[in-house]
Ligand binder design. Sequence first.
Ligand SMILES: [Zn+2]
Length: 263
Amino acid sequence: MTPKLKLIDIHCHLDFSDFDPSTKLGASRDEVIKRALEAGIGMINIGVDLETSQKSIALAEKYDGVFAVVGIHPHDADKKIDFKELKKLAKHEKVVGIGECGLDNVRSSTSNIEQKDIFEQQIELALELDKPLMIHCRDAHKEVLEILKEYKNNEASLRCNIHFFSGNWEQAQEYLKLGFSLSFDGPITFSHDYDETIKNMPLGRIMAETDSPFAAPVPYRGQRNEPLYVQEVVKRIAEIKVISFEEAAKQTTKNAITFFGLE
Ligand SMILES: [Zn+2]
């Protein structure tokens, strides 16, 4: 049973060593999770390889209100990946999606062919298990759109969220046309690059995230990020949309519950 959640941080990496009890960066993993849950903030922890996917599931098993997404990040596309093992993990009852997966042309040590191959295998896994995809896309919208369009044409059930959306309004519309959603992070609190997209797109397709420990919003910029700070992201979405914080919180949370099937 999920406690009543006021907000959901749909993308964080609390298994990273930045949250180890020995860290000098701030509160420990368990403290960070507890203070978010106490504020009514649920979270989805995201795997980037098999090991972090397992750790995501362990966190989800430990706490009501914490969920897991399992998958292989494009930065890890060169590792030997046991897809049978990934599929086993993906069937866990608290796994609410596949990812993060996609293409990355910015910071990448892996080749395009490797990235595309493991991306497509994960799309197929998501379709097979009827789970949504958490897409990572950096400077590769043209290629990602091409791949997703083709799959969507054949499989109407394909559901995707473009995490940490960093494209422009034109690219956003391409994803929206396919029925997909977009999620936003800390940078919307200090850059106007996202205003046009957030202002124009339907509120029913927006979700909020932190990508903790990265990309902390104002007024925490430069510090380690944590799920509690998703409030700042939702505040900014409300400002851009010229609606109340309560309305933005209610709708983005509802979007996350529906999209990931959080019960
Ligand atoms: Zn991430």
